[in-house]
Ligand binder design. Structure first.
Ligand SMILES: *Cc1c(COP(=O)(O)O)cnc(C)c1O
Length: 340
């Protein structure tokens, strides 16, 4: 099987398994796991923040951030296509008692004017805006790598109104790679950032939530509240240290995504969005088939993709698929649907 459903399917390599086996550990709830402590320090450095917290998943990282930044009943501003809105089970309401005010914006980033308009000032009738949440790369819009200037302009508009800014940077190193910029350029304008070790970077478990010392101290309490305080977590954090070394490999995934997109563009009925990172979206309406039928035909030829909308498929490249795998996948898809 050539599994292009997600970069979360990457399996830990031998080095990561060995790192897990030999990790020095302690009780991380007591702050005594040296491996976790090292990972948190390195992760904070990588995104230019004062501190970072190891969390079991990206979703938990985003939810903790929302809880820490806001007060009960406030509004969160988020793109209507964002992960926090579409794929976190309404957690902002469940975990932080927040109401979401969505906006629709080019590349998922609101203009300063949109921030000003969407922001709600607290008064007798309105709860006040507690947080702006941005996403980079933007998953549902096709793995878009958002330029730091765009992030900074939106963040500044929020900050001017005392609204803090969280970045869902699940794939922030993919963004930095595509923009050929240091990750810190992308994360500088925001107050907090979450990124995943468990996606393209290849770790089996975990994400990092970074921000100021005070933010992370509060986040640590909320992590415990949400049941995410782990004990000898160094076992799963050790592969994360290796994952941070894999950032340079993401460029290969992006090359493979471009190769795949070029191949898919020639397939009958496929309308392909030009990829910026490791995600390729294809609209398959032109095949005249249901998404599930298209996925089944791919599966019959040993290629896996994800349904990503009524007529959209997502293909995601990652470190466990090679250039040869991509070429084989293109051949298989052409054979299934015909090509121009
Ligand atoms: C995957 C993802 C998350 C959540 O990460 P999990 O570890 O799967 O919970 C959050 N935001 C974006 C944009 C993602 O792609």
């Amino acid at each position: 099987m050539i599994d292009l459903r997600s970069d979360t399917v990457t399996k830990p390599d031998d080095e990561m398994r060995e790192a897990a086996r030999t990790a020095e550990v302690g009780d991380d709830v007591y702050g005594e796991d040296p491996t976790v402590n090292e990972l948190e320090a390195r992760a904070a450095d990588a995104v230019g923040k004062a501190a970072a917290l190891y969390v079991p998943s990206g979703t938990m990282g985003n939810q903790i951030a929302a809880r820490v930044h806001t007060e009960r009943g406030q509004e969160v501003l988020a793109d209507r296509e964002s992960h926090v809105v579409k794929y976190e089970l309404g957690g902002l309401a469940q975990h932080a008692d927040l109401q979401v005010r969505t906006y629709d914006a080019d590349r998922g980033v609101p203009s300063p004017e949109q921030v000003a308009t969407a922001r709600v000032a607290e008064d007798l009738h309105r709860p006040g805006t507690g947080l702006l949440c941005l996403e980079n790369t933007h998953n549902a819009r096709g793995g878009l790598a958002i330029a730091p200037e765009r992030i900074a302009a939106a963040a500044e508009a929020a900050r001017e109104r005392d609204v803090p800014v969280h970045l869902d940077g699940a794939r922030v190193f993919n963004a930095a790679t595509a923009l050929d910029a240091p990750a810190t350029d992308v994360t500088d304008p925001v107050d907090s950032v979450m990124f995943c070790l468990s996606k393209g970077l290849g770790a089996p478990v975990g994400s990092m939530l970074a921000g100021s010392e005070e933010f992370v101290e509060r986040a640590r309490r909320v992590r415990k509240l949400f049941g995410g305080g782990l004990r000898q977590a160094g076992i799963v954090a050790a592969p994360g240290l290796h994952a941070l070394e894999n950032v340079d490999d993401l460029a290969t995934d992006h090359e493979n995504a471009r190769l795949l997109a070029d191949g898919l563009a020639a397939v009958d009925g496929f309308d392909v969005q030009s990829p910026e990172t490791n995600i390729v979206l294809a609209d398959i309406e032109g095949t005249g088939l249901e998404t599930e039928t298209v996925l089944e035909r791919l599966r019959d030829r040993d290629v896996l993709a994800s349904a990503f909308g009524p007529t959209t498929l997502r293909f995601c490249t990652h470190r466990d698929v090679s250039r040869e795998n991509i070429e084989a996948a293109i051949d298989a898809i052409e054979a299934a649907f015909g090509a121009t």
